[in-house]
Design a protein around this ligand. Structure first.
Ligand SMILES: [Zn+2]
Length: 113
């Protein structure tokens, strides 16, 4: 299925600690149905020094979020919306906002769906 959320999308988180926050998608994990959003779902990993002299400590990172827990932000609606697909006259497949019908972005969607 073609991805409803792709890299560089602005998404809003629908559930959990970061609910209501927006961020940019930095990574998509299609097989896991998860996305990594910049600055959101921050977790701290406690690491031990692996070699003598190496610093031990806490490493902060953005943990993946389930795709179903985020919504793409429509630039027209200014809010998270559901996304559909349609074909333009020239055959290019685009994502559209289900609410206002506007094209979410001009970027081509992969043709696997
Ligand atoms: Zn919209």
């Amino acid at each position: 299925m073609a991805a409803k959320v792709v890299k560089d999308d602005t998404v809003v988180v629908l559930t959990g600690r970061d609910r209501g926050k927006e961020g940019k998608v930095t990574r998509v994990m299609p097989t896991l149905n998860r996305v990594v959003v910049e600055g959101l779902n921050r977790r701290i990993r406690h690491v031990k020094a692996r070699q003598p002299g190496e610093a031990a400590g806490r490493v902060e990172f953005d943990a993946p979020i389930a795709v179903s827990n985020v919504a793409v932000v429509c630039s027209h609606c200014q809010r998270g919306v559901r996304v559909g697909f349609k074909f333009l006259d020239d055959g290019v497949k685009v994502r559209v906002c289900r609410k206002c019908g506007e094209i979410v972005e001009k970027k081509k969607v992969s043709r696997d769906g």
